[in-house]
Design a protein around this ligand. Sequence first.
Ligand code: SF4
Ligand code: SF4
Length: 377
Amino acid sequence: MNRHEKILAKFQAIADNPYAYARLVKEQTGKKLLGFFCSYAPEELMQAAGVIPFRLFGTSQDIELAESHLQSYCCSLVRGGLEDALRGRLDFLDGTVFPHTCDSIQRLSDIWRLNAGFDIHIDAVMPVKLNTPSARKYMIDVLGGVKADLESALAVTITDDDLAESIRLYNNIRSSLSSLYDLRSMNPDILDHSAVYHTMKAAMVMDRNELALDLEHLMDSLGSVKTEIKESGRKRIMLSGGICNLPDIYAIIDEAGGDVVWDDLCTGLRYATGRIEESGDPIEAIASRYSSRMICPAKHLSTTARGDYLFTEVHRKRIDGVIFLLLKFCDPHAFDYPNLKDLVDRANVASMLLEIEEQPAPREQLRTRFETFIEML
Ligand code: SF4
Ligand code: SF4
């Protein structure tokens, strides 16, 4: 195995079993871990407080206990996360940070506080509209409040130097992750079909200092991004939607003749976009990133922000087809879908919709659907 294969194998092992990694890293480093469900969690503040931010992706097990707290029409991310908490599977967590995004996350926060049994529980009630002067001022106040809550809950002081170091670390991580996307987009053969998925998932749970080093070595080993797309003769696919916790989907699309070369997923590239200014007030700089990163449908920049992004990337990345992945009962993404589909239609790019259930459809069934779609491109 060469160097980058070893690092990618490590990322895959962590992505396959993040809870085992969490227990191990806690034992080895003595650091506290704070869970979060959403890419709007202010991780830079958590990192500056000396904890490891740990993203929760729902559960791979049956959901039973959570049913008595949440309606069955809540998305499986929140129901699955609660199930794992109630079953004691998240015993490595010291607490959780809940940014206010969709109704499901907001309601989960209250239920979690009362039932999950963690010592630390922090709400970050951020504005929905992100790019007005009053929203920016409010966002800065909220982030200041989260910083104070972390300091009080963890009995630490977060200095401006701590924040500056954390910001530099996250800029490095996001820059490496973006480069990895660029690299695979230009040359899909360079990495295994699900390598980017494993890397992104590992990136959201790992000790960020360890991660930054691994990513630096990975990118050194892989080499620089090419300036021209390497033709593979296969169809170039973009995934768009919310959470994707289905590693097999990349292999199935691959078997069906497509390369996933880009995405607009909350567990994908959306997490890695937006650089934070390294000069000036750190809290203000963190607040500014929220209005410059790729937007989620639970937030608002303009009526066309997500569509504009999709339209631009479909052309820039020479996308042949878009697969919309909608997690069942995810209202924000469901509301966005008709507009986005219309826009992709007008760009003369074919698309298909795949609704993701708690238990994915059988592999053969998915492959047939993808083959039909890819043959049509
Ligand atoms: S789609 Fe966006 S707002 Fe919703 S959970 Fe994912 S990151 Fe959070
Ligand atoms: S945005 Fe969608 S996937 Fe994320 S928590 Fe809300 S309903 Fe679930």
